[in-house]
Design a binder for this molecule. Structure first.
Ligand code: MF3
Ligand code: CO
Length: 264
């Protein structure tokens, strides 16, 4: 595979496989979104995801990745990312982030969304709306000729203007035959410049946004990232191909973008 500044440039066939992998992920996220309700055990989300993988004849991408035990990450409230599905029941007022990846024909699809559980507070709704919108603000910078760090700068500016913060500890990433490829795609403006985006690069943009501090801690399970101050966190992720024209979002389901919240 061709490389530019260490980043793989995908050809048409490879982009087509990534698009299919991500379409499947987005369809699975649609199905998960439909079942989110007060009383749902988060392990049901894992089970649905595994059933869907069987139906689509794909492999879950996360299970076994550096020993991660599950097909999905389910992160509730102050959990930022990499939460384990469990016997925990979702409660009215919670927010839940689900991150899902599959491998199709050797290529990885990767996307995430956050949902309200029943009725949630105005603050929680705003956090989710701003996080989702910040993802599209970042995607708009995923254009050939831009620097990869233009994405993070735009995300950070948007999020902070809304009074929230972006997590520094985890970043987006190139995605292809491996889940994590070069380049890193931070959701903030780093101290040094990154690579220049080229047509054929595929990146996962995934802002993690917090109501309070952006500092996170990792629980004793070695995975679950939680906000240090216990404040809420939201997470939205799309895999995006850089083209000669508009950014091409690959994680689009058969229902459409899955963008439920459009701010003015
Ligand atoms: N979307 C996450 C990421 O890009 C999912 C990784 S979870 C893991 O880093 F368990 F697989 F690591
Ligand atoms: Co990712």
């Amino acid at each position: 595979m061709k490389k530019f500044q260490g980043v793989y440039i995908k050809n048409e066939r490879e982009i087509a496989c990534l698009a299919e992998a991500n379409r499947i992920v987005a369809n699975i996220l649609d199905a998960i979104g439909d079942m989110i309700a007060p009383g749902l055990e988060t392990m049901r989300i894992e089970e649905l995801a595994l059933d869907c993988c069987a139906k689509y004849k794909v492999k879950p991408a996360f299970q076994g990745y550096f020993g991660y035990p599950y097909a999905v990450c389910c992160s509730v409230n102050e959990q930022v990312v990499h939460g384990f599905p469990s016997a925990r029941k979702l409660r009215e007022g919670d927010i839940v982030s689900v991150d899902m990846g599959v491998v199709y024909e050797g290529f990885v699809g990767d996307a995430a969304r956050t949902w309200p559980v029943g009725r949630v507070s105005e603050d929680a709704m705003k956090l989710m709306r701003v996080t989702e919108e910040s993802l599209y603000v970042g995607i708009d910078k995923a254009r050939a000729g831009n620097n990869v760090y233009d994405i993070g700068a735009a995300v950070q500016w948007f999020v902070e203007a809304a009074g929230f913060n972006v997590v520094r500890r985890f970043v987006g990433h190139g995605v292809g035959a491996k889940m994590h490829e070069k380049p890193e795609v931070p959701n903030f403006r780093p101290a040094f410049r990154g690579i220049t985006l080229q047509p054929g690069m595929v990146i996962a943009i995934e802002p993690m946004v917090t109501a309070g501090t952006y500092e996170v801690d990792i629980l004793d399970d070695k995975w679950t990232a939680v906000t240090r101050d216990g404040g809420l966190a939201a997470h939205f992720e799309h895999s995006v191909a850089v083209t000669h024209g508009e950014p091409r979002i690959l994680s689009i389901s058969d229902r459409g973008l899955g963008r439920r919240i459009i701010s003015a």
